[in-house]
Write a protein that binds this ligand. Structure first.
Ligand SMILES: CC(=O)SCCNC(=O)CCNC(=O)[C@H](O)C(C)(C)COP(=O)(O)OP(=O)(O)OC[C@H]1O[C@@H](n2cnc3c(N)ncnc32)[C@H](O)[C@@H]1OP(=O)(O)O
Ligand SMILES: CC(C)C(=O)C(=O)O
Length: 400
């Protein structure tokens, strides 16, 4: 497998290291909160099973108090999964009891800590938020279950109050503090500073939860890990509230390929996982989505395709290949196509073209693309036949 990308060596300061990396998947909880998405019981079981088989460390299976169906799915996933299974709860007794009753390995309790949310979402004072958090944490601990605590909207919370909350929940014995950038307003440098500050005020392990409102979710998650967070919350295809969460596939591959971290995850199943979540969430993967979009390893431009035919590292990261994520490289025919690409495609299809025939097919491909038409396999074969490219009959073994 390729090692850390060479580009950084000696050209940029290369002091950013990540030593431990736990992947906490929240596709079934925050991912399912995507407007218009709802996973069936079977969808949840199938996604959880695949995440588990791939070696995902924590699976947040849902929010048990939400409904009977959600409770049953979380309970059954918890009973049948090797990974740590987590259930979400507000600092509300019924929520905490539902999560405990679902028999999860970890309860994730959250409370609003920013003034705007305390006033206009939770309708609680700072003191009440702290008291209810401690009570919930103590209850989960008493049940013998690991507890993760989230000061919701941490990145818009008054700094002194945030430290006060962190110290109070640490005193109460929380195992993990998750730092949520609930409304996606963090930047990598600011988020890293925040993580380092929180780390200095707790012995609990730190997890990060980032949203993509400004397209910074993955960068912020990685920055948080560089600053000392041991875990990142991610969702497959980046689905989740509003613009979504840090994407599973992006964070895992950045850790593996750019930071040389062995996450222990079977990355070759990423493409199949993405397809499963695309189908069950009814959220189409954008073509240009990193890692799993259909263009992530596709090349139309002549210069790129010609380079990639010789050595894929010319116009791909090199440290991340389609094989590593269970995807395939594609040479797309269109307006920007060049002769190298056409020659390769013709050869793959069994044709034996002359240089003149390659140029003639390329002209047809370019004209078709320029007219905004798609060059399908059938169209391409038609062009080859129209130009009269020779295709010898395949020799069948044993037949004279
Ligand atoms: C940032 C996040 O992603 S947080 C997770 C968000 N996820 C979800 O909301 C999905 C699942 N949610 C649900 O099924 C429902 O919202 C339930 C079952 C949790 C609650 O339903 P309802 O009781 O009908 O309340 P509703 O959803 O309308 O309003 C939210 C309530 O939670 C309260 N609340 C919000 N955050 C918290 C918190 N961390 N701790 C305690 N209470 C909270 C609000 O103040 C409000 O309470 P109120 O009804 O006394 O005014
Ligand atoms: C529950 C918390 C972690 C959350 O989803 C958020 O703050 O976005």
């Amino acid at each position: 497998m390729p090692r850390r990308v060479e580009f950084f060596e000696g050209t940029l300061s290369n002091t950013s290291e990540i030593s431990t990396a736990q992947i906490f998947d929240t596709t079934l909880r925050d991912g399912e909160q995507s407007p218009r998405t709802s996973f069936s019981y079977d969808d949840k079981r199938e996604i959880a099973a695949r995440l588990d088989a791939m070696g995902t460390h924590v699976i947040e299976a849902g929010f048990p108090v939400n409904s009977d169906a959600e409770f049953a799915a979380v309970r059954d996933i918890a009973a049948d999964t090797t990974a740590t299974v987590c259930g979400l709860a507000r600092v509300v007794d019924a929520d905490v009891e539902a999560a405990i009753d679902a028999d999860v390995d970890m309860v994730h309790v959250f409370v609003s800590t920013s003034d705007v949310q305390l006033e206009d979402s939770m309708h609680a004072s700072r003191e009440e938020a702290v008291e209810r958090s401690i009570r919930s944490i103590e209850r989960v601990r008493e049940a013998g279950i690991d507890v993760m605590f989230s000061p919701m909207d941490a990145t818009r919370t008054d700094g002194e109050f945030l430290v006060e909350v962190v110290e109070a929940v640490s005193e109460a014995g929380v195992d993990w503090i998750n730092v949520p950038d609930t409304c996606g307003v963090a930047t990598p440098t600011r988020f890293a500073d925040l993580i380092a500050t929180i780390d200095a005020h707790t012995d609990a392990k730190i997890d990060v939860h980032t949203h993509d409102d400004f397209g910074l979710a993955t960068a912020n998650a990685i920055a948080g890990m560089e600053a000392g967070a041991a875990s990142a919350q991610v969702s497959v295809n980046g689905i989740g509230e509003r613009a979504g969460n840090a994407a599973y596939e992006e964070v895992v591959m950045a850790l593996e390929s750019l930071y040389d971290v062995d996450t222990g995850i079977d990355t070759t199943q990423i493409r199949a996982l993405a397809d499963l979540v695309e189908r069950t969430s009814a959220m189409e993967i954008p073509a240009n989505k990193p890692v799993v979009g259909r263009n992530a390893f596709a090349h139309e431009s002549g210069i790129h395709a010609a380079g990639v035919i010789e050595n894929s590292a010319t116009f791909e990261p090199g440290v991340m290949t389609p094989e590593m994520v269970g995807a395939e490289r594609e040479l797309v025919m269109g307006k920007h196509t060049g002769t190298h690409s056409v020659r390769e495609r013709l050869a793959d299809a069994g044709f034996e073209p002359t240089d003149e025939e390659v140029r003639a097919v390329t002209r047809r491909v370019k004209d078709h693309g320029a007219a905004k038409e798609r060059v399908t396999d059938d169209t391409f074969e038609r062009f080859a036949r129209e130009v009269g490219v020779r295709r010898p009959e395949p020799v069948t073994e044993g037949v004279q």
